[in-house]
Design a protein around this ligand. Structure first.
Ligand code: GLC
Length: 592
C-alpha cells in the first residue's frame, strides 16, 4: 500500500514540477510585464538589489511583510522555538502566507520560502507528533539497514505531513554528520558513528520528506562529528582520505534529490567551513555536481575571518555560500544586503558568483513548486491516529536491550506488582529532548504525548498493580522495579560534555532508593547518546536504551509487555567512560 501512495505522491510532485518548468510571468507590478521562460531569463532581468535580496534570509522575529516587499527577500526562517503567537496550524499558515503575499507584491513576484528545523516532526508546533531523534532511528538501522531506511522514510513522511498542515515546506534536516565522539552535544541529531548507516538513513530521510511535499536541507557539511574532543563548532583535522570517508552521506542525499545544504559552524584543518572554498565549491559544487544552493548557518558568517562584517560576507560568498541566514537582528540582514551590493560594485565579489547563487536558489524554488503554488490556502490536521501509531512503532523498533539477567524481560509481563520510578517515566519533555517546542527543549508536560508510565499502565490494563514513585522512596513487596533515568534536554553546544556523560543527581539518588528495595531492577535510559555509566549496570537486572523517543512513549510498553521483541542495536560504541573500556560495542543488542 505504501508503495502505491508513494507513487501517487510522486506523480503529484512531478505534475507540480512540470507546471513550474513552463516558467512564469509577473504582471503584478508596474505596467511592464516581466516575462521569462527560463530561470536564466529571469536572472537576466533582475537588478543587483533583487539578486542580493534572494540571497538574504531573515528570522521571522526581525522582519516585516513590508521589509520582504521592499528588499525582495528570498527567505524567512523560524529559529528553534520561534513560533507565531497562535502556535497552531492555522497560526502558522496565516503567518507564512503573510510573508509570501508580501513577496508576491515585488516587481518580479518571486515567492519567499519559509524554513525551519523540523528535525523529528514539526517540533516547533504545539501538539504535533514528535518522532524519535535520529539516534533512535539509527538504532533501528544498526539492527537492520532496510528497516532503518524504512524508518527514516516514515519519519520524513510524518514530518512532511505535519509541516504541510502548517504551511511549512522546507526543513533544515536531515543531519548527515557522523558523530564519532559522544561528548558532542549534537550526537543525538546524528544517526550513528557508522558512515554506512548515516548514508542509508540520510538518503531515505530526504526521500521521505521530498516525496511527501517538503524540501530537505542536508547539514552540516562537513566534518562536524570529527572535531577534536567532540567540541561543537570545533576543528576537525582531516586529510583528503578523511574527507572522502565522510562524503558518502552527502553524495547519497544529493543523489536522492536534496537541493539545499547547510555548512557546519566547525572548521576543517583550521579553516571555517563557511569560508572553505575547496570544500564548498571545488568539491561539493564542481566535483560532486551539487546543483542546489548552500545556505549559511545561524549568523555563522559573523564568525569568519577578515575582521569586519563586509569582509566576512565577501569570504563567505566567494567560498560558495549562496544564501545567508542573517539572524542577529534586522540591522544584520539589512547591512548584509547593502554590503554585498557594494562588494559587487567594488569588484570584490564577481557578479557571476551572485548570478550562480541566485539561479541555484531559483532552481530550488522552481523544483519544489514555490512559483506555481506559493500559497497553501488552508491548514491541515496534525496528530492523526495513524501517524501516532506509526511513530509509536518507530519507538518500539528503536529500543535496544543491552542487559537481561535471569530472563527478567520474559518474566515481566507475568508480574502483578510493579513499581515505576524516575522523573523520566512521567516526563514528555525528557522523552523528546532538544529541538522540541523550544530550541533547547525542556522537562515536563511540554506538549501532547504519552509518557512511559501511561504506556505501562495502559499495557497492563489492570492485570497488574503499577505504582509510581519518582524518587524511588517507597515501601512495598514489588515483583520488579522499572527505573527510568536519563539526560535533561539540550541542543547544540549546551549538550557538549568534556569529561563524561554521567548520571543526573536525582537519578543517582533514585537508584539508591530502588536498590534498597532489593527487587529486580529494569533500567530504561532516555538519552541522546551512550551515557558513561562505569560499572553501575552491574546493579541492574535489565538495561534498555530508549534514546529520545519523542511523544509516543507507549511504544516502550509495547515491547516490555507484549510478544514484540527488541530489534534495535546500539548505533554508537558504548564505553564505561570517555575513551575508556568498551561496555557494549557498536551494533550490540539482545533479544528477550
Ligand atoms: C542552528 C543550528 C542549525 C539550524 C539553524 C537554524 O544554530 O546549527 O542546525 O538549522 O541554527 O535554526
Amino acid at each position: 500500500m505504501k508503495k502505491i501512495i508513494a507513487f501517487a505522491l510522486l506523480i503529484n510532485v512531478l505534475l507540480i514540477t512540470q507546471t513550474t518548468c513552463r516558467g512564469g510571468a509577473s504582471t503584478k507590478n508596474e505596467n511592464t510585464p516581466v516575462v521569462w521562460n527560463t530561470l536564466e531569463e529571469l536572472v537576466a532581468q533582475m537588478t543587483l538589489a533583487e539578486k542580493v535580496g534572494q540571497m538574504t534570509q531573515a528570522e521571522r522575529s526581525n522582519v516585516s511583510a513590508g521589509n520582504i516587499t521592499k528588499y525582495a527577500l528570498g527567505s524567512v526562517l523560524s529559529g528553534g522555538g520561534s513560533t507565531p503567537l497562535q502556535n497552531s496550524p492555522l497560526g502558522w499558515i496565516n503567518m507564512i502566507n503573510g510573508f509570501t503575499e508580501a513577496s508576491l507584491k515585488t516587481r518580479l513576484g518571486i515567492p519567499v520560502v519559509y524554513g525551519l528545523d523540523a528535525v523529528h516532526g514539526h517540533n516547533n508546533l504545539l501538539n504535533a507528533i514528535i518522532l524519535p531523534h535520529n539516534v533512535g532511528l539509527g538504532a533501528i538501522a544498526a539492527g537492520n539497514r532496510e528497516r532503518g531506511a524504512e524508518a527514516a522514510y516514515t519519519a520524513g513522511r510524518i514530518t512532511a505531513e505535519e509541516m504541510l498542515a502548517a504551511g511549512v515546506r522546507w526543513t533544515f534536516a536531515p543531519v548527515l554528520g557522523v558523530a564519532e565522539d559522544v561528548r558532542w552535544g549534537r550526537t543525538y541529531e546524528s544517526y550513528s558513528e557508522n558512515v554506512e548507516i548515516v548514508t542509508v538513513m540520510g538518503a531515505s530521510a530526504v526521500k521521505g520528506l521530498q516525496e511527501n511535499g517538503v524540501a530537505a536541507c542536508i547539514k552540516h557539511y562537513l566534518g562536524e562529528g570529527q572535531t577534536t574532543d567532540g567540541r561543537n563548532q570545533g576543528n576537525a583535522v582531516l586529510d583528503r582520505a578523511g574527507i572522502e570517508r565522510i562524503l558518502p552521506p552527502y553524495k547519497a542525499a544529493i543523489e536522492a534529490g536534496a537541493m539545499s545544504l547547510m555548512p557546519s559552524f566547525s572548521s576543517v584543518n583550521g579553516i571555517k567551513m563557511h569560508e572553505h572554498k575547496e570544500l564548498l565549491t571545488d568539491i561539493l559544487k564542481n566535483e560532486m555536481g551539487f546543483e542546489g544552493f548552500v545556505i549559511s548557518d545561524w549568523a555563522a558568517v559573523e564568525q569568519l575571518s577578515g575582521g569586519g562584517y563586509k569582509t566576512q560576507i565577501a569570504n563567505a560568498i566567494n567560498a560558495g555560500i549562496d544564501m545567508v541566514m542573517a539572524t542577529n537582528g534586522q540591522d544584520k540582514w539589512v547591512s548584509f544586503t547593502s554590503n554585498l551590493q557594494n562588494l559587487v560594485k567594488e569588484g570584490k565579489v564577481p557578479m557571476s558568483r551572485v548570478d550562480d547563487a541566485v539561479i541555484r536558489i531559483l532552481r530550488f524554488k522552481q523544483k519544489f513548486g514555490f512559483f506555481d503554488t506559493p500559497i497553501i490556502a488552508k491548514p491541515g490536521e496534525i496528530g492523526s491516529d495513524k501517524n501516532r501509531r506509526d511513530a509509536r512503532s518507530l519507538v518500539s523498533d528503536s529500543l535496544v536491550l543491552l542487559r537481561n539477567e535471569n530472563n527478567v524481560m520474559t518474566k515481566l509481563p507475568s508480574f502483578k506488582n510493579i513499581l515505576v520510578t524516575g522523573q523520566g517515566a512521567n516526563d514528555i519533555g525528557m522523552q523528546c529532548g532538544g529541538w522540541t517546542i523550544t530550541w533547547q527543549g525542556g522537562t515536563g508536560p511540554i506538549t501532547k504525548g504519552t509518557t512511559i508510565l501511561e504506556g505501562i499502565r495502559n499495557a497492563v490494563d489492570g492485570k497488574a498493580v503499577i505504582s509510581y514513585a519518582a524518587d524511588g522512596k517507597t515501601t512495598g513487596n514489588f515483583d520488579a522495579v522499572i527505573a527510568v533515568i536519563g539526560e535533561n534536554p539540550y541542543a547544540e553546544t549546551e549538550g557538549d560534555r568534556s569529561t563524561g556523560i554521567g548520571f543526573r543527581q536525582r537519578d543517582a539518588e533514585m537508584l539508591k532508593n530502588v536498590y534498597s528495595l532489593k527487587r529486580p531492577v529494569i533500567v530504561i535510559m532516555l538519552s541522546g547518546r551512550p551515557m558513561t555509566i562505569g560499572d553501575e549496570y552491574k546493579n541492574w537486572d535489565a538495561f534498555i536504551a530508549a534514546w529520545l523517543p519523542g511523544t509516543e512513549g507507549g511504544g516502550i510498553a509495547d515491547v516490555l509487555f507484549t510478544e514484540r521483541d527488541f530489534t534495535g542495536r546500539t548505533p554508537y560504541t558504548w564505553r564505561k567512560s570517555i575513551n575508556g573500556e568498551i561496555l557494549y560495542p557498536f551494533g550490540f543488542g539482545l533479544r528477550k
